[in-house]
Design a protein around this ligand. Structure first.
Ligand SMILES: [Fe+2]
Length: 275
């Protein structure tokens, strides 16, 4: 099963930029790359910060952009999103009984769980008791699960960034739940940090994907300020087979030369001076 993981597209109202970039162009480039190289994907999953200011006009551009894709798209909201505006733009989008944009589906025997960790007017993530109950109900009956969320649940050793991770008081209930079911949770995938970060938490591997817009610089000392730059973006291609996972980081804006080299060479000795 191939899953395309895109995150933090930060779409604006048409004509407005974000951090000096045109987020619409970047997102369109990413989707064009998916169409060109990963039309066999099972799902495209966008883990939040769909828009930058949560504006209806920005969500309208997302509705248009998601036309003509090779597979179903699954959406999560992030701290820059507005739940009501999102639901106005996507009125048929699934949500749970409490109104959170929590949804899940079983694909190829794996429960893909899309967890809503947003709370209005805060950049930090939340995991209240209602969301805990919903997630446990999902985990209870599956054999394999893969958890997608916007926020990083764990502290990442980035003091400024960690201030807007899942709030510490909600981190423990999630950790306890994931630990309880960790044998059946293959991976945690998230966005929010605008950078590739890998590790394990509660015995479960996790991976964060870059933004399609601005990237963050991992600063392990800075206490207050997030630091970003318009570095090259990417999205991830996840190859999931039972509980095995391979993740490819896919750069999609490179337009320079590409060198092709075969793998059947036998020139073990350097034949000529290198250029
Ligand atoms: Fe973001």
């Amino acid at each position: 099963m191939k899953l395309v993981h895109i995150s933090d597209i930060h779409l604006t109202a048409p004509g407005e930029r974000m951090g000096g970039l045109n987020p619409h162009r970047r997102f369109a480039q990413a989707l064009d790359d998916v169409r060109a190289h990963h039309s066999d994907a099972t799902r495209i999953i966008i883990t939040g910060d769909l828009t930058h200011w949560g504006e209806p006009a920005a969500y309208a551009t997302l509705v248009d952009a998601l036309n003509d894709l090779p597979c179903p798209v699954r959406l999560l909201i992030g701290n820059h999103d507005d739940r009501a505006a999102f639901l106005s733009a996507f009125p048929d989008h699934p949500k749970d009984a409490s109104g959170f944009i929590n949804h899940a589906e079983t694909v190829n025997g794996t429960r893909l769980i899309y967890l809503d960790t947003t709370e209005p007017r805060t950049h930090a993530g939340h995991f209240c008791s209602r969301r805990r109950d919903w997630l446990e109900a999902e985990l209870l009956h599956c054999t394999h699960a893969r958890l997608f969320m916007h926020h990083n649940a764990m502290a990442l050793g980035l003091p400024a960034e960690d201030k807007i991770a899942l709030v510490p008081e909600d981190r423990r209930p999630l950790a306890e739940l994931l630990t309880k079911y960790r044998e059946r949770i293959d991976y945690i995938h998230f966005g929010h940090v605008h950078a590739p970060v890998y590790g394990t938490w509660c015995g479960i591997p996790f991976a964060a994907v870059r933004s399609t817009g601005n990237q963050s610089l991992p600063n392990l000392k800075e206490q207050e300020l997030l630091q970003g730059a318009p570095m090259a973006p990417s999205y991830a291609v996840i190859l999931a087979s039972d509980s095995d996972t391979i993740i490819h980081d896919i750069p999609f804006t490179w337009d320079g030369p590409v060198f092709s080299t075969g793998t059947a060479w036998e020139d073990w000795a350097k034949p000529v001076a290198a250029e």
